[in-house]
Design a protein around this ligand. Structure first.
Ligand code: ZN
Ligand code: ZN
Length: 270
C-alpha cells in the first residue's frame, strides 16, 4: 500500500502537493469502501472559458465505480447538469441532473476532483477565478454527512477540491493562489495525488490488493475512457483544449502511472 501511495503522489506537473499528502489515507479509504453497501461518487469540474467540463475526474469515477459495483454494493453518480454529458459518455447515468434533493441516502460519499467552497463561500478554480455561477453546491452533502452517519472520502490534486479543508492552512501557504482557492470542506479520508484520476486509480489498486483481484482498468481501457470524455467535449483543465492530455500531462505519463499500479497489484495478488 505504501508503494501505491508513492506512485500516485508523483507530481510531474510540479503543483507542490508534497506537504499536503496524508499517509495512510488510501488504506483508510479502501477499508471504508469495502464496508459500504451504498456509495455515491461525485465529480465534474466546469471550465467556463471552454464551456465544458475538464477531463480529470470522470475517468477516475469510471474506474472506482466499476471496481465497487457488484452484488453486495450499489454505486450512484453525482455531478452538475453541465458535466452530465461527460458522465453519460462513460456510460454513467447521474442520479440527479436538474434538481438536487435536500437529502442524500448513502453509506459513503466520494468526491474526485470536485471543487469545494472557499472561506467566503465561493468556488474557485486553480487560477483563482470564481466559478460559483457554474457550480452546483454538491459539497453541501459532504458538509452535512457527519450528522447523518455518512463517511466521506475526498480525492484532489490542487487544494481547491472537496476534502482539502483539513489542510487548508498548508494550501494557503504552499500552493499557488492558495490563499484564494483553499477549500474549507473537510472529509474523513483525504487522498492527495499528482492528478486526481491517479488518486482514484490508487484507491482501486488498494481495493484490488485487499480483495485479491485486479480491479484496475487496463491501460488501453483507460485510454478509451479518456478518448470518450474528449469526444464528449471534455478538455484538459490546464490548457482548456480537447486533448488526450490531462492536467497538462501527455497520455504517456498517465499510462505509465497506471501500468506501475497494475504491476504492484499483480505482484501482490499472485
Ligand atoms: Zn484539481
Ligand atoms: Zn486535476
Amino acid at each position: 500500500m505504501a508503494r501505491i501511495a508513492a506512485i500516485v503522489a508523483a507530481d510531474p506537473g510540479g503543483r507542490g502537493i508534497k506537504p499536503l499528502l496524508q499517509p495512510g489515507a488510501i488504506d483508510a479509504a479502501v477499508e471504508t469502501l469495502l464496508a459500504a453497501r451504498h456509495v455515491v461518487i461525485c465529480s465534474g469540474f466546469y471550465i467556463p472559458s471552454a464551456g465544458v467540463c475538464e477531463n480529470d475526474g470522470p475517468p477516475g469515477v469510471m474506474a472506482l465505480g466499476s471496481a465497487l459495483t457488484g452484488s453486495e454494493r450499489s454505486v450512484g453518480y453525482l455531478t452538475d447538469s453541465r458535466c452530465a454529458n461527460i458522465f453519460r459518455a462513460l456510460g454513467l447515468e447521474p442520479l440527479f441532473v436538474d434538481k438536487l434533493p435536500d437529502d442524500l441516502q448513502t453509506d459513503v460519499l466520494v468526491a474526485i476532483e470536485r471543487v469545494g467552497r472557499t472561506a467566503d463561500g465561493t468556488y474557485r478554480n486553480m487560477r483563482g477565478i470564481d466559478i460559483s455561477a457554474w457550480t452546483a453546491p454538491l459539497d453541501d452533502y459532504f458538509l452535512a454527512a457527519p450528522t447523518k452517519g455518512i463517511a466521506t472520502i475526498g480525492i484532489g490534486d490542487g487544494g481547491n477540491e472537496i476534502g482539502m479543508g483539513a489542510v487548508r492552512e498548508l494550501v494557503r501557504t504552499t500552493i499557488a493562489n492558495g490563499d484564494v482557492i483553499a477549500s474549507t470542506v473537510e472529509v474523513d479520508h483525504l487522498v492527495v495525488a499528482g492528478v486526481s484520476n491517479w488518486g482514484a486509480w490508487g484507491v482501486v489498486a488498494g481495493l484490488s490488493v485487499l480483495t485479491g483481484s485486479m480491479l484496475l482498468p487496463t491501460v488501453e481501457g483507460a485510454r478509451d475512457h479518456s478518448v470518450a470524455c474528449m469526444a464528449a467535449g471534455a478538455v484538459d483543465g490546464r490548457s482548456g483544449r480537447a486533448k488526450a492530455s490531462v492536467d497538462g500531462l501527455g497520455w504517456e505519463i498517465h499510462a505509465r502511472v497506471l501500468q506501475q499500479l497494475r504491476d504492484v497489484v499483480a505482484a501482490a495478488i499472485l
